[in-house]
Design a protein around this ligand. Structure first.
Ligand SMILES: Nc1nc2c(ncn2[C@@H]2O[C@H](COP(=O)(O)OP(=O)(O)OP(=O)(O)O)[C@@H](O)[C@H]2O)c(=O)[nH]1
Ligand SMILES: [Mg+2]
Length: 347
């Protein structure tokens, strides 16, 4: 998981750490200033954004008097460009890449560092902060939301073909069961041949009630029936499977809008696969325009070395990643936590 991106960030950390150390050496070997006490006050500049230019006297004062040095943009410029390339090669979307590079600049340039401090750590912290800012969108507490919502809670899963919606519903059903909730599944993919049988097999092996109609039936009616059943039998959660569809298929997108309009679900979750990289990010944006969703689940993270979708999707849609699918078994679902991802990237 994330191996490629991890390697690239590690490379950047070394490169830029070296650049900072060279910068530090250059400052230390510079001439001593005619240091007077009152000049020190001049160097107490405010917490910098990205300063245009740092004067030689400021650098020397910081280095000699205060045993600090100031990180400058010119010593990092080439490496920041390499960071940009590395992020783009890892399928991080362009606006997200630009934001991360900008954040790294803000974190590093113009800041004062103690001479001799661990440059690797300094760069790592800057990168962590920079990436953290783009992946920590809205801190939606999924479990607290379910707990506090009137029951039944209805969740509709949407996305393009084959991304893992049905498998994710089975994983979620298992997770809800473990938390003590009763679950009903609505087999609302009546479009793809074999889809009803597929979700039926999952429901049977999980011991969960499935509401189904025949192939070709109206998916909105199936979700409606499942909600009525859940109300009558005091079930806690309704999970609605829907057919995979391309955002360009107007008829199928209209059908999905109808499912949501008729049933007014508590949550709509967009499911896509991490390995789709930038495509997943773009699809998320387009689905969100058609059926505004509350969050994303990224599947097949176990097969994705690049990590670009996980980094980009929340920032692009403004909606949080809720879970990651990390394998094909029911247990292979992890709550998404920005720190979990950052730890994987820098472990
Ligand atoms: N490695 C891996 N495979 C997964 C994961 N989630 C789903 N899959 C696999 O992806 C394939 C498609 O999964 P489905 O759940 O059928 O996908 P879907 O979105 O419901 O597909 P449609 O109904 O055709 O749109 C299956 O072979 C799953 O086992 C995951 O997290 N990791
Ligand atoms: Mg499916």
């Amino acid at each position: 998981m994330f191996d490629k991106l991890k390697e690239k960030l590690g490379g950047f950390k070394k490169l830029i750490g070296g650049a900072i150390e060279n910068n530090e050496k250059a400052v230390i070997s510079a001439e001593k200033p005619v240091g007077k006490e009152d000049e020190r006050a001049d160097t107490q500049v405010e917490a910098p954004k990205i300063p245009e230019k740092i004067s030689l006297i400021q650098k020397i004062k910081a280095a000699v008097i205060e045993q600090e040095f100031i990180i400058e943009e010119k010593s990092l410029k080439d490496h920041l460009w390499e960071l940009e390339m590395a992020l783009l090669e890892s399928d991080v979307a362009l606006p997200v890449t630009e934001k991360i590079v900008e954040n790294v600049k803000i974190e590093l340039i113009g800041t004062r560092r103690k001479i001799g401090s661990d440059t690797g750590k300094i760069v790592e912290n800057a990168l962590r902060q920079a990436i953290s800012k783009v992946i920590s969108v809205d801190s939606f507490d999924f479990d607290a939301f379910i707990k506090s919502s009137p029951k039944p809670v209805t969740i509709v899963f949407v996305g393009v073909n084959g991304t893992g919606k049905t498998t994710t519903i089975a994983k979620m059903a298992e997770r809800f069961k473990e938390q003590g909730y009763s679950v009903v599944i609505a087999a609302a993919d009546t479009f793809r041949a074999g889809a009803i049988e597929q979700i039926e097999r999952h429901a049977e092996s999980l011991g969960i009630k499935l509401i189904k109609h025949q192939e070709g039936a109206d998916p909105a009616a199936i979700v409606y029936d499942a909600i009525q059943f859940a109300k009558a039998k005091h079930k806690d959660v309704v999970l609605a499977d829907t057919a995979g569809r391309l955002h360009t298929n107007i008829n199928l997108m209209d059908q999905l809008k109808k499912v949501c309009r008729v049933n007014n679900p508590n949550l709509i979750i967009f499911v896509d696969e991490a390995i789709a990289g930038n495509d997943a990010v773009e699809r998320a944006r387009l689905f969100n325009n058609a059926v505004p969703f509350n969050g994303t689940i990224l599947t097949k993270q176990d097969a994705d070395a690049k990590g670009g979708a996980a980094i980009s999707i929340a920032y692009t849609t403004g909606k949080p990643i809720l879970f990651l699918g990390v394998g094909q078994s029911y247990k292979d679902l992890v709550r998404f936590d920005p720190n979990w991802l950052l730890d994987r990237l820098f472990e």
